[in-house]
Design a protein around this ligand. Sequence first.
Ligand code: SF4
Length: 398
Amino acid sequence: MAFIELLAPAGDLARAKVALDFGADAVYIGGKRFSLRYRASNFEVSDIAEAVEYAHARGKRIFVTVNMIPHQGDLPGLKEYLLELQSIGVDAVIVASLGIASLAKQVAPKMEVHLSTQLSITNSESMRFYKELGVDRIVLARELNLDTIEQIIDQNVLPVEVFIHGGMCVNYSGRCTLSNEMTLRDANRGGCAQSCRWSYDLHIAGEKVNPSDVPFSMGSKDLMALGSIEAMMKMGVYSLKIEGRMKSAYYIGVIVRAYRQWIDAIHAGLNTPVLYNAIINELKQAESRPTFDGFLTSMPDQNGHLYHPKEEGVVQNFVGNVLEQKDDRILVEMRNLVSIGQALECFSYHQDPQAFTITAMWDEEGQVLEVANKPMSKVWIQCDVDARAGDFLRKKNT
Ligand code: SF4
């Protein structure tokens, strides 16, 4: 089977490095301008340049989202920004506006132009049109099943990228003004407040139908396409894309590592049901919402709907980041409560999860702790496994 790219998101430089270290072939990031999610971006141009250097040193690539739908007043500075991205070696821009695509091709032709899923591209004729404009890659609409994706690839027009994991937009790939109406934040200019996932009451003919302790949401479950990866590889999908530029480093590490493992296993013919189930369990370690497989194998029905924004079954077991290792202790920047006796797992890109049990903890002043319960505090934990700075710590499922 041919090479297939694993493409991961990152909201800052540290997360970009995590994605690359944990096995992504390419990372997409957004700058502080011209990008959806620009409010959450921590990428100054100097950070983008460092991400490019880090990726290229490892034979990997960096794409930058320039994917807002620009209004006339958004245009000043765009040309200079594209030139700047090209000058620091960015490999591609991901755009949702044909105007930006055209401008990028004119002023910064060394960068590839990838058309965003925001353009809802669902057929090969559209792709032929965009190819004429010089576009290099198409991010297909999420609203396609595997048969249609294969039919599109068989037309051999342009490389295609397909979303495999992460949040779904319950409207047609961002063609939505919920956020605009409810928060005055424009979803297509970087401001989506995810209003579809808020808690609502549902009234039918004036009668409230959801139980008073169970709010209703208009959102979708998240996408999880592990079961379709082999089919996508066989049909010639070029790039498998993980959603989530606002997700944590832990999330990115777990999800990228899991898909990397499965793609490599398929290449090696080692993709057994036992490994599949192990990877499914691993993906669940970082779930923030329940998942389904989107449109890939069938039209979504009520089982894909996120009725309750805080549905059961979501694992939240991340404990913290290892900052330092000294003798038999590790210094951890805490995220969630742990107590003496808690079974933990330490893992990283360089090794599989290693289990140990907390036998002693101290705060930074050396005071003994029975419970560590302050998020972002630094706590020394007794640890008898090989843990290093940069590793992740989580509660072990029992
Ligand atoms: S509010 Fe929900 S449906 Fe609308 S653009 Fe945002 S994520 Fe999509």
